[in-house]
Write a protein that binds this ligand. Sequence first.
Ligand SMILES: Cc1ncc(COP(=O)(O)O)c(C=O)c1O
Length: 399
Amino acid sequence: MARISARIAAITESATLAVDAKAKALKAAGRPVIGFGAGEPDFPTPSYVVDAAIAAASQVANHRYTPTPGLPELREAIVAKTKRDSGYEITADQVLVTNGGKQSVYQSFAAILDPGDEVLLPAPYWTSYPECIKLAGGNPVEVFADEKQDYLVTVAQLEAALTERTKVLLFCSPSNPTGAVYTPEQVLEIAKWADSKNLWIITDEIYEHLLFDGAMAPSIPVIYPPIADRTIILNGVAKTYAMTGWRVGWMIGPKDVIKAATNHQSHLSSNVANISQRAALAAVAGTLDVVNEMLAAFDRRRKLIVAALNDIPGIYCPMPKGAFYVYPSVKGVLGKEIDGNRPTTSSELAALILEKVEVAVVPGEAFGPSGYLRLSYATSDQDIVEGIARIKDLLSKAK
Ligand SMILES: Cc1ncc(COP(=O)(O)O)c(C=O)c1O
């Protein structure tokens, strides 16, 4: 009998967290590592949010268990925020507060998948999706869109991957890892198609406010209401309010799904820490000034990093329209000799870049096919200039 269950043994470590941990460990050991691995804003959480948490810590009510689906005030604030930001009208019993958006991802799949159900997974995809799908008993079916199509899948591609076992389409725009954003017309076309096939849509809106160049990210049940009863929205405070460490996310869905997921959570983690929920309440009920300030910096860094990457022979980096990631193709470099090595996969190239010039990037294998790197530009302008210059120095040795 195996010591570790087949189900859990099949799960791979989160590559993004692994790269980040390695970079932080090297830094702690005194190495001048520059990290592009972490998917988190480099800004502090706003002080009014921190103050709300400090005040909450001294209130005895917050020292106790509270309702599994979340503090009533926070669920109501999420209802109001959802109407304000996407125009979607819901009630509080359609909201479940979870430990970060990540727990919502898992609980959503767990709530609606039966063994063998297939999930259409546009690739490159966020690294946790396939693992959450598998843990929930489903099968991820990758639908790959490369850089020539700006990493955006078409309905024709989805249609080609459809089988009688397909139950769900995963949708994420703006996308982690590519930063790609679907146009409203594309979102509508995909939603209509999914509805015509009786599919569910799990739509990840965690980067909803991180948009550039006038791009828009309409919410699926708003742009196409007929599919609302088969749509689950994932969201959270992590990216919008620089609150990755506070671990507050939520899922929004039909009442029966939210009830089922709440039952699941009641045996898994119960309520999210009340101090964090109070902090999230201050964030969600407040303005969007924080994200607007971050956006100005992210926009500047986005242009800086894309220009610097495209200046490296063999690299092609499309200009992303959302989130804080770039996803260059490195296929023009693979197979060449670089400083006595010949990396043939993006994984080998990422390892070489870390070893030779101490820059941490995440290889494409964490998000789908080899041939790409993901770099988060939620870091200082100075690190962007220095880090990409180091990569350029190394790759200009490619023969
Ligand atoms: C696409 C996407 N969804 C969800 C999450 C979950 O974020 P958190 O669990 O920190 O709220 C992340 C985090 O990186 C993400 O990139």
